[in-house]
Design a protein around this ligand. Structure first.
Ligand code: DQA
Length: 147
């Protein structure tokens, strides 16, 4: 079975409690359960990883070169700062989908720049937790296209 890795960046472990008016009321565990349910419907397998540390996210991306077909990533604040995460994604040659709960283009100026938007297949931004459901469906399509 094809495997998808979902990576959640810093502070996403606080979802539900963290600025719920921006990021929604659902906690990360609930969101992951919803993604798992959708993945099961789509007949794909999914693993989750959350870290507040840039280095750990880079390590995880490097390790995912084997065993995963596609990465869904919300790098959170590192979206706007991390050349290291961008370089790791380029190094493993795995297709990736970028997700943001909030619409990063409707917020502060510094959030409008993503350092990975030009190297991912596509970006989903502004649909809250539903963005991950859209992403897992897009991942399933991508996997089917890859054959
Ligand atoms: C975020 C947007 C980022 O700007 C922010 O730093 C986050 C979450 C989102 O999902 O909307 O932590 O990636």
């Amino acid at each position: 079975m094809k495997k998808v890795l979902v990576i959640h960046g810093p502070n996403l472990n606080l979802l539900g409690r963290r600025e719920p008016e921006v990021y929604g009321k659902e906690g990360l565990e609930t969101i992951n359960n919803e993604i798992s349910r959708e993945a099961k419907n789509l007949d794909i397998s999914v693993d989750f990883f959350q870290s507040n540390s840039e280095g750990e996210i880079v390590d995880k991306i490097q390790q995912s070169a084997e065993g995963f077909s596609i990465i869904i990533i919300n790098p959170a604040a590192y979206t706007h700062t991390s050349v290291a995460i961008r370089d790791a994604l380029l190094a493993v040659h795995l297709p990736a989908i970028e997700v943001h709960l909030s619409n990063i283009y409707k917020r502060e100026e510094f959030r409008k720049k993503s350092l990975i938007s030009d190297i991912v297949i596509g970006q989903i931004s502004g649909f809250g937790a539903y963005g991950y459901i859209l992403a897992i469906r897009a991942a399933a399509k991508q996997i089917a296209n890859l054959g």
